[in-house]
Design a protein around this ligand. Sequence first.
Ligand code: ADP
Length: 848
Amino acid sequence: MQRRPGFKSPDRNSPTLPRRLFGRWWRRQSPAQQDRFATLGPLVSVMLFLAAIISAFWYLRNEEFEREQESVKRDTEIAQQQIRLRLIENQEQLVRIAREIVTRAIDQDEFVGQATSFTRERPEINHLFWITTTRARKAAYSALSFHTETGLTGDEYGASLPHEGKPSEPEAAFVAARTLRQPVYTRPFNDSYGIPVIQVQVPLIDRAAFSGTLIAEYSVEALMRYFVPAEVSNRHAISLLDAQEHVLASTVTPMPGQKSRPASIVHDVPVAPAGDGLVLRGQGYRTSIGLISNTLFWMVVALSVLTVWMLLGTWRHMRRRLQMQSALVSEANFRRAMENSMLTGMRAVDLEGRISYVNPAFCAMTGFGEAELIGRQPPFPHWPPDRYEENNRMFQQELQGRSPAGGIEVKVMRKDGTLFDARMYVSPLIDPKGQQTGWMTSMTNITEAKRIRDQLSASHERFTTVLEGLDAAVSVLSVQQGELLFANRSYRLWFGADALGHALLAGDEPDFPRLSDSEDGVDHLGGLPTQELTEVGSDPREVFIEPLQKWFDVRSRYLQWTDGRLAQMLIATDITARLSAETLAASQAEKAQVTSRLVTMGEMASSVAHELNQPLTAITNYCNGMVTRVKGDAIEKNDLIAALEKTSRQAQRAGQIIHRIRAFVKRSEPQRQAAQARTIVEDAVELASIELRRRNVAIHTYVAQRLPHLLVDPILIEQVLLNLLKNAAEAIDSAQLPPARRNIELRVVPRHTPEEGGVIEFTVTDMGPGIKDEVIARLYEAFFSTKPEGLGIGLSLCRSIIESHRGRIRAQNLYNGTSVVGCRFVFTLPVDIPRSDALPTTNSAVTS
Ligand code: ADP
């Protein structure tokens, strides 16, 4: 079909404009508002429906009411018409009879005859009277059976006849008829029997002269009965009322004692020509009086209420559903976020082994996209080709639900072909009905973890290898439980695998386990930070272990064990060999000292002999002199005593020398004792002076006053001093210096230095040739000597003696300009001296 340009055929799918507008408006609303509208919409519809129903009812009711009103009006008017026509017709007949009476066409009897036939056809008429001008009754006829005869004289008509001067309805009508000369109707009144009646009085005009009236009396009730059509009275209540609205007759009769219901529709019409006295009233009693009594209406209301109630219920239900839905949505979002953010790969397979789901982490780990994995069946693309067999076996296990709970380690291939280690855990997938729909596999990349684990185990291995390979026993004991936490091979070798060895090694270390077991159960470490405690190390101790016959150097330390417990670590090194070597060395050193002293004495033997020779010669001389003088009797007693005393002194002197030498060379255990520096110096100088004298070297000694006591072995210090003095004398002597330079100075002073604290400083200064540079470097070397017969152990011994007393020794040359003018040996021994007593350090050269 050719489409005309510019004409756009309406697209069947495109919504109409209002729908589009509504859709746009609807989408603009927030979900909460949409919900509100969706709920309020039906509610409003029901309300509108109810309102429409009510207004429809209202309208119908009004309609019906109007129709009813119309019907009442019409029926009333029909009835009125009937009555009116009858009254007019009767009136005409009465006028005819009246004319006949006047023309004397009839007499009284004929009147009765006419009246009889007249009333026979007119049951509404009760009585007919013919009365004269004087209101006298000329003839009367009663249609009622009980007084039919004429000429009745009874007073039963009294109320129906006019009486002059006595106002009544008949009288008023009579007067009016006489005056007006026209038929006149009375207002309703009650006759002698109390029956409501109306009369029409037709004047009898005899040649323009009034000669009485013809009275016809209607029963109001009969008027009603005969002239209101049956269909009218069936439909409505019709009644006749007097001017005062008293009901004279009605088609409906209320039950005795009950008041008639007030009618909703009332229509009144006067009954002409009966005058204003008689009113015809039609009353309509509607079947549907109001909405309130309408069952249909109430059913509609009830249904509407039910609908509203159900809508509200639906709304509440919807709200609960919405809340559940939003909770579900947030739960789903939370799970999705969790699933997307976690590093664990997730893969679901259905019961046939087809991949039904993979999470982003799984894709990221394997490098395969979701589309490449979902729907795949084994072999999966992430299985390494060379491991299909193994993977297939594990997958079958998985499908049968026999995967180990601890997970399985597998190799996984990435899309680029690289491999990584992964651990997989499998759990069943259960749907909401409790049916298993597949398996969920979680996968973690353990390459890094595995590498770290391998590294850790390697480092642990190294650590244990080192510890196991140690010659020292290493043990760690938990302080609280006294449980051996760690022991290396050496420990196990020596002490076995129990904590006893640790206890033996710990010895008198603070015993924490025992503290924790104390009776009151109070934690004695309470409040003490473990950090503090672990920093408490103790100095190395030497412990002898009886059963092993071994000495151990034990170092202990408190540390926090891997599980946070406080533990004590002991490192015990076997030092038995070292100790015995040390003991041997010590005894050898001691022997060396003694030997050295003997050697010194040996070297000094000629000097000593010379020294001893003097007293002995003197003794010999004294003795010879005394013998000669005693023989010649030339000696006085007093002279003899004096000579003997001199001899004895010389002998004592010789004895002293020998005693000192014996004391010096006597082998004894080194023993420290409180000693005076002065005594040591005097003894040493005494011994040295023998050698000095022989070599012709002078010595100047200065010892400071009030020196503190030294805690030393005096013989060893003496040996040091003697050695230094001897070396000085030998140096001077061998250099053959002139007498001016043959001097040695010995100074002993207290000193305080920052490095050493309080010391006593011994300085031996000679004016010899000094020490050559190459000699200075090897000065303390054992068996190094520049002398032909020198042993070279003197200074080496000196140093070990001084250092064993925690002192120091040093040597230096003295210069005068660039030339060496001597050398100085200084050694110090520590003492407890207050700083103020010490002299400041001086470096001034001592010259003599
Ligand atoms: P010995 O005296 O047996 O040689 P020492 O150990 O006592 O052994 O001395 C080592 C060397 O130090 C000596 O041989 C000597 O050369 C040198 N020496 C020691 N004291 C002095 C000194 N006061 N002046 C010069 N040289 C000295």
